[in-house]
Ligand binder design. Structure first.
Ligand SMILES: Cc1ncc(COP(=O)(O)O)c(C=O)c1O
Length: 457
C-alpha cells in the first residue's frame, strides 16, 4: 500500500508557502507552453541577471579545483584572489569535500565575529556563531528550540515572509501575528505587539519570542533605531526571545539611511536578560548567491547549555554545506584596500547597489502613478508590497492569477504574507533588469485599469 496523503503528518499538510505556491506552478506551466514569464515572485537576484561578484567566484573556483592554482598561467587571476584561496584551503585542512565541524569552520566563524565587531563596534564570540545552509536553516533551528507544542506562540509580523508562518505551523506552535503599520511606512507599533501578546495569553498560549525582519520582506521598509529599541524593551518586559532576520542589511536605498543591528542596540542597552538570535545570509545583499545556501546565526545571551542543544541539532544533519560556508567567509572578507581585486569589487558593489536603488524607484513611482495602487517607499530589501483597490468580491488571488495569464508577470498575492482585513496587496520583487522593469510596471498599470473596469460591473 503506497503512502496516502491522509497518512502524512497534519502539520506538513497544513504548512503553506505562497512564494512558490499555485500561481508559480501555473507560471511554470505557461512557460512550458512557450509563454515568456517574468518571475517577480521570489528574491533570487541571479535568476534575474544579477552577476555574481568576481572576487567570490574566482576564489570559489580555485577552492573547488585547487590544481588550477598551479596550472593557470601567472596573471590570469589576481594575486590576492590566489593568495586568499591558498589561505582558505589550508584553513579548511581537508578541502571542500569533507564534513566540517557541526557549527561550521572555526576560521569562518572567527571572520564573522570580526565582521560584527567592525560593523557594530561590539564584542562578538565565534563560539556563539553557527553556520547554516542559508538563513532559513538558522531561523528554523531557533524556532525548533522555542516551540514545544500548540501552547507555545511566536510573534510574527503581518505582512511576513512565509518561512516564519510555515515553520511555526510545521513545528506545531502558534503563530501570533502583530501588524506592521502601513500608514507609517510599515514600522512596528508597541500597541500592535502588546495586543498580540494579550490575545495569546487570553487563549492560554505562552508567547516565547518575537520575530522581526529588518529591512522588511515583503514590506521593503528599514526600521529606525527607535523601533529596534522599542522591540528590545518590549521583549525584555515580556520575557521574550528576539529573532532578528537581518538578511537584507546591505540592501538600503535611501541616502543617509543606516542599518542598526539588534545586536548593537542590545549591547548598548546592556540587556543581559534578552536572548537574541540574529541571522544573515549570502543570498541577498551584494552577493545574491541564493543557490550556494550560506548563512549564519549569532546567539547573544543564550546560555551554554542551550547552545549545546543547537550544536546537537546541527550535528543531526552533520554540518552546513562547505561551499556555502566559504561563500559566507568571502562575504565578510572582501578584498583588502590597495590589493589588485579591490577596485573591481568596489565597482561591482556600487553597480549592484545603484542599480537596485534605481529599480526600487522605478517600481515605487511607477506603481504610485496607477489609480487604485498605493505603494510605500521601497527603502530596503528587494520588494514592493503595494496596496490594490479591487472591486467588491474579487480577491488578490484572482487578481494575481489574471495578471499572470494576461501579462506573463508572476507576483505573489498579499494573502500569502498576511494583510490587514479588508485590504489587498501583492508582492513583487524589484529584481528584473531596469529596462524590463519599466515594461513590467507599465503592463501592471494597463492590466490594473482593464481588470478593474471589467470586474467592477
Ligand atoms: C526575510 C528573509 N529571511 C530569510 C530568507 C531566506 O534566505 P536564505 O536563502 O539565506 O535561506 C529570505 C529569502 O528570501 C528572506 O526574505
Amino acid at each position: 500500500m503506497t503512502v496516502q496523503i491522509g497518512d502524512i503528518g497534519r502539520a506538513v499538510r497544513e504548512t503553506e508557502y505562497a512564494v512558490r505556491g499555485p500561481i508559480v506552478a501555473r507560471a511554470q506551466e505557461l512557460e512550458r507552453q512557450g509563454r515568456e514569464i517574468i518571475y517577480c515572485n521570489i528574491g533570487n537576484p541571479q535568476a534575474l541577471s544579477q552577476r555574481p561578484l568576481t572576487w567570490v567566484r574566482q576564489i570559489l573556483a580555485l577552492l573547488e579545483y585547487p590544481e588550477l592554482m598551479d596550472r593557470l598561467p601567472a596573471g590570469v587571476l589576481p594575486a590576492d584572489a590566489v593568495a586568499k584561496a591558498r589561505e582558505v584551503l589550508a584553513a579548511t585542512r581537508h578541502g571542500l569535500g569533507a564534513y566540517t565541524d557541526s557549527k561550521g569552520f572555526l576560521f569562518v566563524r572567527e571572520a564573522i565575529a570580526a565582521f560584527i565587531r567592525r560593523r557594530d563596534g561590539i564584542e562578538a564570540d565565534p563560539e556563539h556563531l553557527f553556520l547554516t545552509d542559508g538563513a532559513s536553516k538558522g531561523v528554523q533551528a531557533a524556532l525548533r528550540l522555542l516551540i514545544d507544542g500548540p501552547g507555545d506562540g511566536v510573534l510574527i509580523p503581518t505582512p511576513q515572509y512565509p518561512l516564519y508562518s510555515a515553520t511555526i505551523t510545521l513545528y506545531g506552535g502558534a503563530q501570533l501575528p502583530y501588524p506592521l503599520d502601513e500608514a507609517s511606512g510599515w514600522q512596528l507599533t508597541r500597541e500592535g505587539l502588546e495586543r498580540a501578546v494579550a490575545g495569546a495569553r487570553a487563549r492560554g498560549i505562552r508567547p516565547r519570542a518575537v520575530c522581526v525582519i529588518n529591512p522588511g520582506n515583503p514590506s521593503g521598509a528599514l526600521l529606525d533605531e527607535k523601533n529596534v529599541a522599542m522591540v528590545l524593551d518590549f521583549a525584555r518586559e515580556h520575557g521574550l526571545a528576539v529573532l532578528a532576520d537581518e538578511v537584507y542589511q546591505e540592501n538600503l536605498y535611501r541616502p543617509g539611511d543606516r542599518f542598526v543591528s539588534f545586536a548593537s542596540l542590545l549591547e548598548r542597552k546592556g540587556y543581559r536578560e534578552v536572548s537574541l538570535f540574529s541571522f544573515h545570509s549570502v543570498s541577498k545583499g551584494l552577493l545574491g548567491e541564493c543557490g550556494h545556501r550560506g548563512g549564519y546565526m549569532e546567539c547573544r545571551n543564550v546560555p551554554a547549555a542551550v547552545q549545546d542543544e543547537i550544536t546537537k541539532l546541527q550535528s543531526v544533519s552533520l554540518c552546513a554545506n562547505s561551499a556555502g560556508q566559504l561563500v559566507t567567509y568571502l562575504m565578510v572578507t572582501p578584498p583588502e584596500p590597495g590589493g589588485p581585486s579591490r577596485a573591481r569589487w568596489e565597482q561591482e558593489r556600487r553597480g549592484i547597489l545603484e542599480s537596485l536603488a534605481r529599480r526600487a524607484g522605478i517600481v515605487e513611482q511607477g506603481l504610485n502613478r496607477v489609480p487604485g495602487i498605493q505603494c510605500n517607499p521601497v527603502t530596503g530589501a528587494m520588494y514592493a508590497f503595494p496596496r490594490i483597490t479591487l472591486p467588491p468580491g474579487v480577491t488578490d488571488d484572482e487578481y494575481c492569477l489574471a495578471l499572470l495569464e494576461e501579462t506573463g508577470i508572476c507576483v505573489v498575492p498579499g494573502s500569502g504574507f498576511g494583510q490587514a482585513p479588508g485590504t489587498w496587496h501583492f508582492r513583487t520583487t524589484i529584481l528584473p533588469p531596469a529596462d524590463k522593469l519599466q515594461a513590467v510596471v507599465e503592463r501592471i498599470a494597463a492590466f490594473h485599469a482593464s481588470f478593474r473596469g471589467r470586474r467592477a460591473g
